[in-house]
Design a binder for this molecule. Structure first.
Ligand code: FES
Length: 108
């Protein structure tokens, strides 16, 4: 079975549950995920745990495509999950689909 076949599409929230720039924590298949709705309406989903010391990224400050960890301000790109310089690391990111106001995430 290929990796794509093993992905599950899971409903996680309604688009109206999210406020622009305010993270929302959801639990899916044992994984804690931070959801964000950006200014342009894009929804992003990343692991809700900072690679530094597990800060809850859903409580971070959003700026454009980035979220700043609430604990020590690491800057993380929500699109590719990469930590921005001078810090290094990455978080897991999830593919998101929005269908008729319902947000779905793909998990393994
Ligand atoms: S735990 Fe996120 S910056 Fe330290």
């Amino acid at each position: 079975m290929s990796k794509v076949d093993s992905m599950q599409k899971v409903e996680v929230a309604k688009l109206s549950d999210l406020s622009v720039g305010v993270g929302q924590r959801v639990n899916v298949a044992g994984e804690e995920i931070a959801l964000f709705k950006l200014k342009d309406g894009t929804v992003r989903a990343i692991q809700n745990s900072c690679p530094h010391k597990q800060g809850p990224l859903s409580e971070g400050i959003v700026s454009g495509e980035h979220v700043f960890c609430p604990l020590h301000d690491w800057k993380i790109n929500m699109k590719d999950g990469k930590v921005q310089a001078p810090d290094v690391g990455c978080v897991k990111k999830y593919n998101v689909e929005v269908e008729e106001e319902i947000i779905f995430i793909y998990v393994e």
